[in-house]
Structure formats: C-alpha cells, structure tokens
Design a protein around this ligand. Structure first.
Ligand SMILES: [Zn+2]
Length: 435
C-alpha cells in the first residue's frame, strides 16, 4: 500500500521490537507444523516473496523479477491461462519518468511488468464480462522513498504484509478455482509499481488486454491482508455498488468463523483499486488494517497471521465467485475524488516534463517534454532548467512535485527557466494526468 494518508503509529523501541520479533519467530516456527493446509500454502508463498533474496521486490531488482516468475509459475500450476496474447503471463511496461513519486527516485524508464492470468467464463451471455482480482507484488526494495524508517535506506524492506500477503491470497484463490467454470471471466493480476503510485494498475486500466475496461464487472483488491487481529477485516469501497454491503454481509454470515467486517467507503484510497474506481468500475479493497511495521524493515513474515490470511483468501474467493456468477448487474456509485486525492490521480496537476534525474544545477533540467503536453505548449524545450513555477522557487525535483501538487488542472502558471544561461519566462496551462 502506498502513501497511506493517515498518521501511522510509531514503531516500538529497538529493544522491544527485537524481542517481539524473536518471540513471534519462535511461535511461528512451532505453530507451522500444526497449521491447516491452506495456511501452510499461503505462508510458504509469503516466505518466498518476502525473503531477503527478493530484495524487497524493488523496481529494477533481480528480486522482483524472480517474484514475477514465481507468481507466473503459480498461476500456471493452478491451471490459469496466460492473459497476454503472446501466451505469456507478463504485461510489460516502463515506469513513467514523470510520475510524481518517481521524481523522488532514479527509477524513471525502468522496465517492469504486471503478471496477469485468466480463468475463462463459460456463460455465452456473461463471459465477456470480467471480475478482476488484484494484489500488488512490488515493494520498497532497499528503502528510501516511501519508507518510514529513514535510517533504513540500503536495507531490504521485506514487505511481508505489504504486500506479499495479498499476492499469497491471490495465488491461493487461483488454486481454489482450479478446474472451476464461472459464468463471467475472472482475471488475476499481480501489479507492479504500486508503491510508486498505482502505476501497474493505471497501466492495466489504460491497456486492459483481456477485455475492454468497460467490461470489468467489479475489481477486488487485496493490499495488506496478513495481519488479521480480533477478526477485524476492512472492505473499503463497499459503497461503490449499492449491492455490495448486503452481498458482503450474507457471505460473512455463511463463514464458519465470521469476520468483524467493516464494509464502507468510496473507491478512492492508496492502492490499485483506485485506478479501477477512477475508470468508474465498482471496487472493494480488502485490508486487515495498519500496524506499526507498515513501510518499515520490520514488516516480516514472522508476524503474518497465516491462518487469518488463508481465511481472508477464502472469503475473497467467495466474494469473487458470487460476483462472477451473479445473474444481475451491479449499480455503480461514483464519488468525487478527495481534495488531496490519494489514488491513481493523486499527484496534482500535470505539466508533462521529462526531468533529468541525475543533476539539478540550481533548478530542474529537462531532458525532454512530452508531445502535446502543457510543457510543450508553453514552449519549454529540452535543456531548459526550470527555476520557478508560479511563486515557488524550484531547486530540485521535490520542489517541482510540491509545486505541481499545489495546483489543479486548468490553472495557469508562470514558469521561470534558464535557456543557454539566459532567463526565459513562459506561461503554462496545467492539465490532468493521463489526459
Ligand atoms: Zn506499501
């Protein structure tokens, strides 16, 4: 989960957390033998995905590539079909250099991929409609941008709950559906680029190579589902279809052990479901709530509630199955984005520059401008060094992100730049990202 908009509890002191890790580690090892089979399977997946050797599944690492292959192999084992017309499970894309979170990193242009599989529907009338089940598999890598423990830069952030847990649930749902024939088509997606601003899901919504985006009946997201405590399961986005609350409640009532299910809210929020909600599809984001290890190196597999995770997977599978076989339609309920949007479009206004990531001599130097973008229309050129936007002085990429965040699409701003050492003054009309 990226950029959680609310205050996050502080970590325990060093001694306490080390002690806790040690205790829980011992408990997990003892308990593992007695776990139910589904819990053992999801724990094995979490342990593989959050092993230090996966390098925190940081974009551009060998670790995230190994994770992608693991997910594809698990999809194949479950009998799910490759979604890509080239018969692979991969949907490759590049990290957009001008995505605001990416400006804080050197990852612009790095190739990465979503991993996508299909369980074809068998109803002639309904199989053109798609229930998407998703979970992001990328995480913070070696820390830095997005990490909440600033001293940890250079250390692997395992991301066991965020979001090896969601991927493990995704794979388990795939296994549960082996050989089944839903009426609607079910598409399984492990997204990349979530921690940099829902980039993989935004890419999929723009390039939904299975069926057109309008044919997505509903999207179920799982982000941080490995810490079930006091049975508390959040189903965010439950207000995005009028039928969702009753459906979720009736399925919960049928569970052998009921969840303390909190189903509410619109579809905006800091994870991949927001990309689908922005495309006006009903969404639900399943979440076992925040904890002190969020975006810290202490988010490790030893703290995963494997039995709880397997139960969440079973419940989301039931929700997906009910939706895939539902005779009726869903009634979508839209909502305006929050003022400081936290979803896929939450980066403020769009200028369309391609900044030089390596050096910022007294401003932000541009290596290019996007065709047709506000930057190009304003007359910005490659080599220009932006020194101010509106009243804000731009010394680096952080300043530029802040400046664009403080504006909205449609705003007219003055831009000061240096061109060949000479000051130039331009005017840009900012637009919306993705427009
Ligand atoms: Zn996250």
């Amino acid at each position: 989960m990226a950029r959680y908009p609310f205050p996050v509890p502080e970590a325990n002191g060093r001694y306490t957390s080390m002690l806790l890790t040690g205790l829980m580690c011992a408990a997990a090892l003892v308990a593992q033998d007695t776990l139910p089979p589904a819990a053992r399977r999801v724990l094995a997946d979490v342990r593989y995905l959050s092993d230090d050797a996966r390098e925190g599944r940081g974009i551009g690492t060998g670790g995230i590539e190994a994770a992608a292959r693991y997910i594809a192999a698990a999809f194949a084992d479950a009998g799910l079909l490759p979604a890509n017309p080239d018969h692979s499970y991969f949907q490759p894309f590049r990290i957009p250099a001008d995505a605001p979170a990416v400006l804080h990193t050197t990852l612009g242009g790095t190739p990465t991929k979503n991993v996508v599989a299909v369980l074809p529907g068998n109803s002639p009338a309904l199989r053109g409609e798609v229930v998407v089940i998703g979970a992001h598999y990328d995480h913070l890598g070696y820390g830095g941008f997005g990490a909440l423990d600033p001293d940890s830069t250079g250390k692997v952030h395992d991301g066991a709950d965020d979001n090896a847990s969601g991927v493990a649930a995704l794979l388990e749902i795939g296994r549960r559906f082996r050989g089944q024939h839903p009426a609607r088509t079910i598409v399984f997606i492990a997204f990349s680029g979530e921690e940099l601003g829902d980039l993989g899901s935004a890419y999929f919504v723009q390039h939904p190579f299975v069926e057109p985006v309008d044919s997505i009946f509903a999207m179920l997201n799982m982000d941080m589902v490995g810490r079930l405590r006091q049975e508390r399961l959040l189903a965010l986005g439950a207000a995005t279809a009028t039928e969702f609350p009753a459906l979720l409640d009736s399925l919960n009532q049928a569970e052998p052990e009921r969840f303390d299910l909190r189903a509410s809210g619109d579809g905006w929020g800091p994870s991949d479901h927001a990309s689908f909600f922005a495309a006006k599809r009903p969404v639900i984001e399943f979440f076992t709530d925040l904890h002190e290890d969020y975006h810290r190196t202490t988010d490790r597999w030893q703290k995963i509630n494997a039995t709880g995770l397997a139960r969440v997977a079973a419940f989301v599978a039931d929700v997906a199955w009910a939706l895939a076989n539902r005779p009726g339609t869903l009634t979508f309920v839209d909502a305006a984005p929050p003022k400081m949007a936290t979803g896929g479009s939450g980066y403020g206004a769009y200028l369309g520059t391609i900044p030089d990531m390596t050096d910022s001599p007294g401003g932000v130097r541009l290596t290019g401008v996007r065709a047709g973008s506000p930057a190009e229309l304003a007359g910005l050129q490659p080599g220009d060094i932006i020194t101010a936007i509106g009243t804000k002085t731009i010394a680096n990429l952080y300043d530029m992100t802040d400046a664009l965040r403080s504006h909205q699409a449609g705003d007219t701003v003055s831009i000061s730049a240096l061109r060949g050492g000479h000051p130039v003054q331009l005017t840009a009309v900012l637009s919306k990202r993705g427009s």
